[in-house]
Design a protein around this ligand. Structure first.
Ligand SMILES: Cc1cc2nc3c(=O)[nH]c(=O)nc-3n(C[C@H](O)[C@H](O)[C@H](O)COP(=O)(O)OP(=O)(O)OC[C@H]3O[C@@H](n4cnc5c(N)ncnc54)[C@H](O)[C@@H]3O)c2cc1C
Length: 313
């Protein structure tokens, strides 16, 4: 891949919107670590996104889509390439007036842009008395990030709600796909790398507003009781192994509270690596590696990060 440096002037000429140059990714990551991306650009509609991706491909420049940054780790050395945020039409929410083809007549369908934040979507659903997404309250991601991660909690996964999506492939071609063809499994979908989620139609049920509010409040209470809420983190750092819980293995290996630099295994939930204030990405990566080694030594299980480490393309 080419460095953006040699094409910076061309990019300025090509892209009429704002470009943040050499901007620290720590500001866009809930872990609050990460060096500068060469450029950060927001696309506000499908046409512009397509032009941008095609231009970057033509110039052999690496790019990454950024959601809310709640499941990424960016190295301290930063990213050679362009980070693309999704704003404008990608933040929209729209209740469909009729079920889409193949949609259950009894259900309600809501289409949301890939950049729409989950909390905004959950507020919308609550206001509209739509039930189904309550489990996701407290997950600070975007619709795009949540769907490509098949985000889940309390036994529910967002993949089960996806009726259909609009996607863009790595060459900029847009196409629709039904939810059942996305190959959802634990914390992932199975679409090719660099597929962009443009929008998704979720299947929801008509519900009672007070009941929805109370389910959300209960889930939030559970989170506050069991997870570090105030400290910077990316949620669960490791995926649960097929049989068992990553948090329990880390705790049983005696690693709760273990610290490297400013990175710490949370005392409250052993699968959370928290930034105590001055962590670097290297501290977090070193701590994660140590956890993997210790858990493997003790139980013969290799923990796999749930967090996406950008730059590992
Ligand atoms: C306090 C806390 C609690 C959490 N609790 C949970 C939980 O209970 N369950 C759970 O599953 N997760 C949880 N998470 C993790 C995280 O919030 C989710 O995985 C979330 O869905 C990630 O969305 P995001 O928009 O932040 O993605 P980002 O972190 O921005 O990106 C994650 C990956 O998705 C890609 N991506 C983002 N948007 C798109 C798009 N539109 N198209 C294509 N690729 C895209 C990025 O390139 C990256 O590879 C938690 C995180 C925190 C900080």
């Amino acid at each position: 891949m080419a460095s953006l440096n040699s094409h910076a002037k061309d990019l300025s000429r090509f892209w009429k919107g704002r470009i943040l140059w050499d901007f620290p990714m720590a500001q866009f990551s809930t872990l609050k670590v990460g060096g500068p991306a060469e450029a950060i650009i927001s696309a506000t509609n499908v046409g512009d996104l397509k032009r941008l991706i095609q231009w970057l491909n033509e110039h052999d420049i690496a790019w990454w889509i950024l959601g809310r940054g709640s499941n990424i780790l960016v190295p301290d050395s930063g990213l050679a390439g362009v980070i693309i945020g999704l704003e404008g039409e990608f933040s929209s929410i729209e209740k469909l007036l009729a079920p889409p083809p193949g949609g259950d007549e009894e259900k309600i369908f809501v289409r949301a842009g890939g950049g729409c934040l989950l909390p905004k979507m959950i507020n919308y659903c609550t206001e509209q008395s739509l039930s189904g997404l309550e489990f996701a309250v407290g997950i600070p991601g975007s619709i795009g990030g949540a769907i490509i991660m098949n985000a889940g909690a309390w036994g529910y996964e967002i993949g089960n709600l996806v009726h259909g999506v609009m996607l863009m492939d790595s060459s900029g071609r847009t196409y629709s796909e039904s939810g059942e063809n996305l190959g959802f499994s634990y914390r992932k979908w199975s679409m090719p790398p660099d597929t962009v989620l443009l929008s998704a139609t979720l299947t929801l049920s008509s519900g009672d507003k007070d009941h929805i509010k109370s389910r959300c409040a209960n889930y939030l209470k559970l989170r506050r009781e069991n997870q570090p809420f105030a400290e910077a983190s990316a949620g669960s750092f490791f995926k649960n192994p097929p049989a068992g819980s990553a948090g329990r293995l880390i705790e049983e290996a005696g690693l709760k509270g273990l610290t490297i630099g400013g990175a710490k295994i949370s005392e409250k939930h052993a699968n959370f690596i928290v930034n105590t204030g001055r962590a670097t990405a290297t501290d977090i990566l070193n701590l994660a590696q140590l956890v993997q080694q210790e858990v493997f030594k003790r139980f013969g299980i290799k923990l796999e990060p749930e967090v996406h480490i950008l730059g590992e393309k």
